[in-house]
Design a binder for this molecule. Structure first.
Ligand code: PLP
Ligand code: COI
Length: 367
């Protein structure tokens, strides 16, 4: 069947949006992930009929049959992206086509139908437009967007479902880390793996996060902000954090990051940072980096900085690495110069304070 790329979105604005004064109050301190806008986007998929019923409607609970296949076999994927208010008052997305492509790649891995990129982009853009009053007033605030899709077929047989529901919700966001610290402390998971070769590590599926939660809980119990996972086969190579990619700044002007190979999420921030770092004259290498080497390089001073990056966390310095064997500090334990420089360059482009030489910023509508 031909893939439907052109769907008309029906628009059903909420008749009970949050009052202006209440919304303004909420937006003064949005935090991360617990405040939501008035609307959501939805598109249904049925095998045979393809994509249909595209809607922008009031955000509200959805009815689900207890036998909906996602509740049993976790056929679910998602994306994380942000809409920004630019310095000139316009609203923009950052490299949204990359999210649309990764959503398709995740769908392929999870045996789900691929949502045409055009529909992905339209759904996101229409939601941002209708909820444009929901940008946080705080410094560094943005509108975090969460497109996701799950198997909605009512069926307990184990096979790819024949019905799916795709949705987008929006959440005004401030900083990701509660501590607000300038550098985070991370916990090395010795007992648990996030992803194995042949598994789903490169897909943005809910199951990866479910598998990581016990280690994240352990990290919190050890007073750490995030967990760092090592490779599943040898438990030797540093892979990524529960929700961010990692970079290592060396004293010879090299920037090291673990290679993509199926077990790591191909971060859009990661790719953007590699481009910006090359422009800063750094040599960027994607190569395996061993846990022992990390510790040794931090001790010898060969390693100057480590930082994590992702949509939610932007660019965040890693100050301390803790494990059952003790802990070590990187540089002075705070954000290093290069981390700060790359963070600034990225944020300046995202917010329209610096020229967008790469065509990364997609303006949606003017002030
Ligand atoms: N790695 C994981 C496991 C993530 O959840 C994320 C966040 O989406 C990232 C890396 C960073 O990806 P991106 O920069 O595309 O947000
Ligand atoms: C994101 O950065 O968008 C993510 O999905 C990561 C998650 C930890 C919030």
């Amino acid at each position: 069947m031909a893939v439907t790329e052109d769907l008309e979105f029906s628009l059903e604005p909420s008749t009970s949006p949050v009052a202006d004064s209440e919304r303004d109050r909420l937006l003064e301190n949005p935090g991360f992930g617990s405040l939501f806008t008035d609307h959501m986007a939805m598109i249904r998929y049925t095998e045979g009929d393809g994509w249909h019923d595209a809607r922008i409607a009031k955000r509200e609970p959805i009815m689900m049959d207890p036998a909906s296949s996602v509740l049993h076999y976790a056929q679910e994927i998602f994306e994380g992206m942000k809409a920004y208010r630019l310095a000139d008052g316009a609203t923009a997305l950052f490299r949204p086509e990359e999210n649309a492509k990764r959503f398709q790649a995740s769908a392929r891995r999870m045996a789900m139908p691929e949502l045409p990129q055009k529909l992905f982009l339209e759904s996101v853009e229409k939601l941002v437009e209708i909820d444009r009053q929901w940008f946080p007033s705080v410094d560094g605030g943005s509108l975090y967007l969460r497109p996701f899709m799950f198997a909605s077929e009512v069926f307990l047989g184990v096979r790819p479902a024949k019905e799916y529901l795709y949705m987008v919700i929006a959440s005004p966001a401030g900083g990701y880390f509660k501590s607000g610290a300038s550098a985070i402390t991370i916990w090395v998971s010795d007992d648990y793996s996030r992803a194995a070769p042949g598994g789903t590590g490169a897909a943005k599926c809910g199951g990866n996060y479910a598998a990581s939660l016990i280690a994240q809980a352990e990290a919190i119990g050890k007073d750490c902000d995030q967990v760092v996972f090592l490779d599943a086969a040898e438990h030797k190579w540093v892979e990524e954090l529960g929700g961010m990619n990692l970079f290592f700044v060396m004293d010879d002007g090299t920037l090291v990051t673990p290679p993509l190979g199926g077990t790591i999420l191909p971060g859009i921030t990661r790719e953007s940072i590699m481009t910006l770092a090359r422009e800063e004259g750094l040599t960027v290498v994607e190569q395996p980096y061993a846990m022992d080497q990390w510790k040794a390089d931090a001790a010898s001073g060969k390693l100057l900085e480590t930082f994590a990056c992702g949509t939610a966390a932007v660019v965040t310095a890693v100050g301390t690495v803790r494990s059952d064997d003790g802990e070590f500090t990187i540089g002075g334990g705070g954000p290093g110069q290069l981390t700060e420089k790359l963070r600034r360059r990225l944020v300046d482009i995202q917010c329209g304070n610096a020229p967008d030489d790469h065509g990364w910023v997609k303006r949606l509508f003017e002030a």
